[in-house]
Ligand binder design. Structure first.
Ligand SMILES: Nc1ncnc2c1ncn2[C@@H]1O[C@H](COP(=O)(O)OP(=O)(O)O[C@H]2O[C@H](CO)[C@@H](O)[C@H](O)[C@H]2O)[C@@H](O)[C@H]1O
Length: 576
């Protein structure tokens, strides 16, 4: 059956459970019990059926008999109870299948945390390449995108209790390394396609034999690439009496990217005049233009910024990037929620990248020995002198104006003069990539500038470094400082956005704090903090250990964030 959007379909549409899938459904409910300790209470029985046989999932190989169980690191969170709902999270990337930065981590971790609370959760992302563990559902639909018919397929994987649905279309293929690249209109086309396919996925993609349907449904759209979703939800469905019980929360991970273009390009979006007007923005940066994020902010039922401080900053001229007034007007529906850590992925006790090459696992009690081993292993791996006493400073991140890498570059001579080892990992802007290479070439005995994207290296630097530098000019939340603290690596951060919310300034007098926080994004301010950190590291090792320990002992799990997301989604349900 082919469905065309634009003239939205009428009449009630309901999920179905073909008889052949009753067994699979029953077993998935049992799995849900086991995984989350609760039933999928929201699995209401279907009314109509559309026969569909889901191909068998690839059979996973039996694990080795003696395989060690990873240590239990998280205790289960409280269940959502009556607030349980169907959640569909939509974004341009999701680790481990696709990741360029923090959004990929959030798309991977928050759904699992919501599942742990008992929600039924689907993640919808593009299928950039062939993913071994995702099987073809056989479902193919035609949607109208940019006023042309586009045939889309769906692939599915069920991992850790989450339904991952991959949208298959030639426009996504081969973009793995360059998710956000291309001409402006090409990018907008991909965004529109993803949003339309995600909205319809709830009706067409049987997950474990049953579709999600539109009852008790909440979408979570992430960043401007999915800002069209709340717009289409309203304009193509709810205005026509469809999906009336569905809501959409829009999460702001980065205000700096908004989907700007000439206003005339909004005519490709297949919206009437009233909705097109929501894309119109005048600001001194862009003059009059089309702004996709603006329309998303206005149409979403709820807004989330990825930290409390960022929720405030978005409303300022400096932090709103031209949209501060729009956010101010809508701040009644805005909430700041700090990201968490997926401890299955980022945990020094069981990190998969610390099992070989001389690296070691450690916890708060074995921090000193474990970290020393990791530091020596990294020094060896990178060809730096193996020296336990040389303070190791790390940096990991996209090489971008945002991350303040130039402030580290401007302190290079100072850092080298202090006999530190500086290990930097990043990719992005050409001049900053060149700066990394240049720093390494100037002193190969003390500096490594790894240009590229390496998850393994990111984990290893996080474990091995004594100090992590995050001099970001702005940082909506920031994940690397969280990972650093979990690994006993002391962060030095600019007091902005989520960095301000999550790192507490060390005070030697009260013996409190989890790192160093400097007030202005200037090279000399960063230098002062590095200086203080090195002094403490060298002269007061016990105090330094105390900072490391406090960082490690924090509860930075996603469970807390997930419970606040749940509050936001529940509030959205009660809003028309
Ligand atoms: N070269 C490289 N090799 C390997 N791994 C690399 C890498 N460069 C970056 N990473 C990884 O990408 C992630 C970066 O996360 P951040 O939150 O710091 O940044 P980002 O700015 O992308 O995210 C945006 O969204 C997130 C999520 O909400 C917000 O925390 C953040 O403030 C906002 O800017 C980390 O997992 C990091 O290890």
């Amino acid at each position: 059956m082919l469905i065309r959007i634009g003239a939205p379909p009428r009449g009630p549409r309901r999920p179905c459970i073909p008889a052949a899938h009753q067994l699979r459904l029953a077993s998935s409910v049992i799995i849900a019990f086991v995984l989350r300790g609760c039933p999928r209470v929201q699995l209401s029985l279907p009314l109509e059926s559309e026969m569909y046989i889901e191909p068998a999932a690839p059979v996973a190989e039996a694990p080795e008999a003696e395989e060690e169980e990873p240590p239990a690191v998280e205790k289960p969170p409280p269940l959502a109870g009556p607030n349980v709902m169907n959640v569909v999270m939509v974004g341009a990337e999701c680790a481990p299948w696709s990741k360029t930065g923090g959004l990929g981590d959030v798309m991977a971790a928050l759904p699992k945390a919501l599942v742990r609370r008992g929600h039924r959760v689907m993640v919808v992302v593009p299928r950039y390449e062939n993913y071994d563990n995702a099987w073809e559902t056989g479902i193919r639909k035609i949607y109208s995108v940019f006023n042309s018919n586009q045939e889309v397929g769906y692939f599915h994987a069920f991992v850790d209790g989450v339904d991952y649905v991959f949208v298959d279309h030639p426009t996504f293929h081969g973009r793995g390394k360059n998710i956000y690249g291309g001409e402006r209109q090409e990018i907008l086309f991909r965004c529109a396609l993803l949003c339309k396919a995600a909205l319809e996925a709830v009706w067409h993609v049987p997950c474990g034999g049953i579709t999600y349907g539109d009852d008790n449904l909440c979408f979570i759209a992430n960043d401007w690439h999915t800002a069209l979703l709340p717009v289409y939800l309203q304009a193509h469905y709810r205005d026509y009496g469809e999906m009336t019980y569905a809501r959409c929360a829009f999460v702001i991970h980065n205000m700096a990217h908004q989907g700007r273009g000439p206003f005339v390009e909004s005519e490709h979006l297949e919206l009437n005049e009233e909705y097109r007007e929501r894309f119109r923005l005048y600001d001194p940066i862009g003059g009059e233009h089309m702004n996709v994020m603006k329309a998303g902010l206005e149409c979403a039922h709820r807004l989330v910024a990825v930290s409390k401080c960022y929720a405030w900053e978005c409303q300022t001229v400096e932090g709103g990037w031209g949209l501060h007034e729009v956010i101010k007007v809508n701040n009644w529906k805005l909430r700041g929620i700090v990201n968490g850590i997926d401890y299955k992925e980022w945990n020094p006790i069981c990190d998969e990248f610390l099992t070989t090459d001389g690296y070691a696992h450690y916890d708060v009690d074995t921090l000193a020995e474990g970290k020393a081993k990791c530091k020596a292993a990294l020094q060896k791996e990178l060809g730096l002198p193996v020296d336990p006493d040389a303070p190791m400073l790390g940096f990991i991140g996209r090489l971008d104006y945002q991350k303040g890498v130039d402030l580290i570059r401007d302190n290079y001579d100072y850092i080298m003069g202090e006999k530190c080892q500086l290990v930097m990992l990043g990719s992005g802007r050409q001049d900053l990539e060149d700066a990394l290479r240049d720093m390494e070439n100037r002193n190969k005995n003390q500096c490594r500038g790894w240009v590229g994207f390496s998850n393994k290296m990111a984990h290893r630097i996080t474990a091995a470094a004594d100090i992590l530098l995050m001099p970001s000019r702005f940082e909506p939340c920031g994940l690397n400082q969280l990972y650093a603290m979990a690994y006993g690596t002391v962060p030095i951060v600019h007091s902005v956005g989520g960095l301000r919310d999550t790192v507490k300034q060390y005070s030697p007098f009260e013996n409190v704090g989890t790192g160093w926080v400097f007030e202005r994004a200037e090279a000399n301010k960063l230098r002062e903090s590095i200086n203080n950190a090195l002094y403490t590291y060298r002269q007061f090792r016990d105090s330094f250990r105390g900072i490391q320990r406090r960082g490690m002992e924090q509860d930075l799990t996603w469970d807390n964030a997930a419970s606040i997301y749940e509050e936001v989604l529940v509030a959205a349900k009660y809003q028309w």
